[in-house]
Every structure is written in C-alpha cells, then in structure tokens.
Write a new protein. Structure first.
Length: 254
C-alpha cells in the first residue's frame, strides 16, 4: 500500500509547553490504523494539527505527495481529509438532515442561499446533495430521526451523525476521535460494523480509541504515542509486547 498521510518531525506547543515533540508516522492508503496512548500523549492534538484546526510549530505533513501543513480545515476536507470529534459537534436547532447537507462537497459559490435565489446548476447540485444525505442517513440507520434536531438524539446517534458528516465530504481519510466513547454496547457494535464496511470500500481510517478490545479487533497497524512522541508501530501483539508501551501505560487503565 502507498503512503496516504505522512507526518515528519511534527511539533506543537501551547503557552510554552510542548505537546507534540517531533511526531513521525505514516498511514497507508486503505489501512485501518489505530492510534493509542495514555491520556496526555498528544493524540487529539495530533489530529487537530493534521486536520488544520491548529497550525504546526514545525515539521511536515503530506497527503499523498502534497504538503498540507498549515492548510485550513475546509481546504483539507476538499482534498479528502476529514476529522470527527470525541464530543459530537453541531448546531442545536438544526435537524440531522440539515447537518448532513452543511457538509456536502460544493463547487465554489454554491450553497443553500444560492439555490434559493435561483440558478439551475445550484438547484441541481442541492438536489444531488439531498439525495446523498438521505442515502447516508439510511446507511447509518438515521433515516427515522432525519428530521429531528440533533439535541433530541442519543449520544450514540450523535456519533453516527459525526460519521455521516464525514461521509458527506466524500473522504479519502477519516480521522476518528473516540467515536464509541460513552456509547451503549449494542450501538458500539453497530458503529464498529459501519467502520469496517467503510474501510473495506476503500476509505482509509485512523482511529483514536481507549478500548483495547476494539483496537485489537478493528485495527492493523497500531501506532502508540506517549509524551508527544510516537513510540512504536505494529500489530496489536507487537505493540503489547513492547516494553516501552508497557512502561507508558504503567499504572493506567487500558
């Protein structure tokens, strides 16, 4: 498999405290990569820098052959790199359908306002996006709540909306930050099934997750971070046997 995302020497600090200290990692196209490590290892910060929410202090980020470090999130989404959040985000008064429509890929200058004001091409594009949103809602079993405001959804359903939002952008790579956190066991299995299916269809996934049972079942390879650095990469058995990983997790639940 070819390299889809490569990170070299990535650094980021806040108020004089170094959070990322020269992170190096590679995510292969088509892989389902797990990113694990103790709390405070820098995993979410890494996602934030790679996805353009934070600017890097130093280092290089490449998506394929293109240097993307410092690009804004919307420009990265247009290139197929999408990030979801541990706490599902959204606009409380908007419905599930409206949330999905907000994140569809658009041509420059298009949008809901343009469609309302006229323009055959804009109206046609909005119709295509609506069809896509409905299809994604059906796929994720959200069609029965598609007109409900997101505030009326369960925690697990909100996580599914986050995944749906990512799918609306037609992604090559999805960075998933604990999509099963706080979700009941049955819905956890449902979300895991969706992720497996998406990966089999060719979408590359990088997953932050603290449940080692899920990591072992879903991910290969696994990358371990600690104290702002990458420690080791390999299969679950390889990283679990590594003494550096054992020391990083010493005294912590995992």
């Amino acid at each position: 498999m070819s390299d889809l995302l490569s990170v070299r020497g990535l650094e980021r600090g806040f108020y004089g405290v170094s959070v990322l200290q020269g992170v190096d990692l590679t995510i292969k196209a088509g892989s389902f990569t797990g990113l694990i490590g103790p709390n405070g290892a820098g995993k979410s910060t890494l996602f934030n820098v790679v996805s353009g929410l934070y600017q890097p202090d130093a280092g290089e980020i490449r998506l394929g052959s293109e240097a993307i470090g410092g690009l804004a999130p919307d420009r990265l989404v247009a290139r197929g790199l999408v990030r979801t959040f541990q706490l599902a985000r959204g606009f409380p008064k908007l419905s599930v359908f409206q949330h999905l429509m907000l994140y569809g890929p658009r041509q420059q200058g298009e949008g809901l306002v343009a469609a309302m004001l006229g323009g055959k091409a804009a109206r046609h594009r909005e119709a295509e996006l609506a069809e896509r949103a409905l299809g994604i809602a059906r796929r994720l079993r959200l069609d029965h709540v598609i007109d409900n405001p997101v505030t009326a959804l369960s925690g697990g359903q909100k996580k599914l909306v986050e995944i749906g939002r990512a799918l609306m952008a037609d992604p090559k790579l999805i960075l998933l930050d604990e999509p099963m956190a706080g979700v009941n066991p049955s819905l956890t299995e449902e979300i895991a099934g969706h992720l497996i299916a998406l990966n089999r269809e060719g979408i590359t996934i990088c997953l932050i997750e603290h449940d080692m049972g899920l990591i072992r079942r879903l991910c290969d390879p696994i990358i371990v971070m600690a104290e702002g650095r990458t420690l080791v990469e390999g299969s679950f058995e390889t990283v679990a046997a590594d003494t550096r990983v054992q020391e990083a997790y010493l005294g912590r639940r995992h």
